[in-house]
Design a protein around this ligand. Structure first.
Ligand code: P6P
Length: 341
């Protein structure tokens, strides 16, 4: 009988890795895990209850909010509010930060940035969606947390994770000492350790990009896509193209199988589409901890200075050798377009 380690047991066991830990981060991660189970229940019965479709509202991105977007947002904020370890939440679904100033959260020291339900447009067609979260420590000791404390570089994260609601529901997270994956066992209602010490293959043969935007891509990306499609046995090309349209699902597949996910700048998204604080930074922390790389095309995602809450960035994330090849094509195209002399 193999030993089952639940997420809660694992978090407590790993707490010993942090000598000064008093359990606050452990409790915060427990709170997120509880909300993930509740959201999972609704995601899994979408279609049977009135939780599908548009909510009739739009978020700061100007995107139509799905009912499940709003539901998931409410569940995670409620769990963080009642857990007492979080002092402020930055959510994709809210223009501004949500300050948690209840008595129970008086000494809370953690900041959470979250995309409560990423890829929600896929819900109505039964395709995997996800939750992405990032955890920082507040830098001030008391009083209301300032926006500057929320806008910390990705290198300052104390934890990051995602939940992928797919053929099974998994929670994958890091606290800076490796990456571990937990699969929800519905029979006991617990996330159980299923993927200890996850490491991404250093190279791969899967590239993941919305090729429908090809005409809008910078030249370096066009050159890279053509490189992926050329036959070359020595480098196992042509590569395989896989694009789910849910970043969590695409990144999760590449974490396990190897590959690179690419969302460059385009003429319609000149800063890139994906958000730094609650999509790119957390996934970059996880992939780097698993031995991979996450770049904006020229530098580490995690070193990107945040300027505002919903800041966007181009991102190339996955197997190190594949990300480096993308960077090489971007550099080459830029030098070729530089004026001579
Ligand atoms: P496009 C979902 O809306 C999302 O934020 C990511 O999960 C996903 O990778 C990307 O946008 C898909 O964007 O432009 O290819 O539809």
């Amino acid at each position: 009988m193999t030993k089952v380690t639940t997420l809660g047991q694992f978090i407590i066991e790993k707490q010993a890795d942090f000598p000064y830990a008093k359990g606050e981060l452990s409790r915060l991660l427990r709170d997120i895990g509880i909300a993930a189970k509740i959201v999972n229940r609704e995601v899994n019965k979408a279609g049977l209850v009135d939780i599908l479709g548009d909510n009739g509202t739009t978020n700061i991105q100007g995107e139509g909010q799905k009912k499940l977007d709003v539901y998931a947002d409410g569940q995670f904020i409620s769990a963080l509010r009642s857990g007492g370890e979080c002092c402020v939440v930055a959510s994709e679904e809210h223009d501004d930060c949500i300050f948690i100033e209840s008595e129970i959260s008086r000494d809370a020291k953690y900041i959470v940035c979250i995309d409560p339900l990423d890829g929600s447009s896929n819900i109505d067609v039964n395709v995997s969606v996800g939750t992405i979260f990032s955890v920082y420590r507040r830098t001030s000791k008391e009083g209301r947390v300032q926006l500057g404390e929320v806008l910390q570089k990705g290198t300052q994260q104390v934890a990051a994770g995602y939940v992928v609601y797919g053929s099974s529901t998994m929670l994958v997270y890091t606290t800076g000492k490796g990456v571990n994956g937990f699969t929800l066992d519905p029979s006991i209602g617990e996330f159980c350790l299923s993927h200890p010490n996850m490491e991404i293959p250093q190279n791969g043969t899967i590239y993941s990009i919305n090729e429908g935007n090809y005409i809008k891509f910078p030249q370096g990306l066009k050159d890279y896509i053509k490189y992926c499609q050329v036959e070359d046995q020595a480098t196992s090309r042509p590569f395989t193209s896989r694009y789910i349209g849910s970043m969590v699902a695409d990144v999760h597949r590449n974490l396990i199988k190897g590959g690179v996910f690419l969302y460059p700048t385009t003429s319609s998204h000149p800063q890139g589409k994906l958000r730094l604080m609650y999509e790119c930074n957390p996934l970059a922390f996880i992939i780097e901890q698993a031995g991979g790389k996450a770049s904006n095309g020229s530098s580490r995602i995690l070193e990107t200075p945040p300027e505002h809450l919903h800041q966007r960035t181009p991102i190339f994330i996955g197997s190190t050798q594949m990300v480096e090849k993308v960077e090489e094509f971007i550099r080459l195209a830029e030098t070729e377009t530089q004026p001579v002399g």
